[in-house]
Design a protein around this ligand. Structure first.
Ligand SMILES: [Zn+2]
Ligand SMILES: [Zn+2]
Length: 143
């Protein structure tokens, strides 16, 4: 069964094959924009996002998406730090969180996973008890 979806970008119906929910045409456009942005930054080290956006007519939002995806990195100059950690607001070069926050986030995640597994073992404890009760009832009937 083909997975037909509407493209998030242009709204056209297309056969979804995984990845971002956009049609192949828009995806290709994105790739093209990404290449141009990458090249521009390569040739103009220290270019700001708004500069790249104006020069290449690629939206600031799209460039930020490339940065958040970790596909682009701001390499030089404090002044170019336009991305902020979504937790503490510290300037970061790529991705969504600063090193410290991504570390503590993965710790949080690990403890959440631990909570879940202890909940599950508690549940199975309860299940064991109820199974035990059932066996007792059976024995009662036998007598
Ligand atoms: Zn599209
Ligand atoms: Zn942070």
């Amino acid at each position: 069964m083909p997975d037909i979806r509407n493209c998030r970008r242009c709204g056209k119906m297309y056969n979804y094959i995984g990845g971002a929910p956009i049609c192949p045409v828009c995806k290709e456009q994105d790739e093209e924009d990404f290449k141009r942005v990458k090249e521009y930054i390569y040739n103009h080290p220290g270019a700001t996002i708004s500069e790249v956006s104006t020069e290449l007519e690629v939206s600031v939002e799209k460039i930020k998406t490339f940065l958040r995806d970790g596909r682009l990195e701001i390499v030089n100059g404090e002044g170019n730090m336009i991305l902020e950690c979504e937790v503490c607001g510290k300037s970061i070069r790529t991705g969504r969180f600063c090193d410290e926050c991504s570390k503590s986030l993965s710790k949080d995640f690990a403890s959440t996973a631990h909570d879940i597994s202890s909940t599950i073992s508690q549940q199975s404890e309860v299940q064991k008890k109820s199974i035990g009760m059932r066996y007792l009832n059976k024995d009662d009937k036998k007598r």
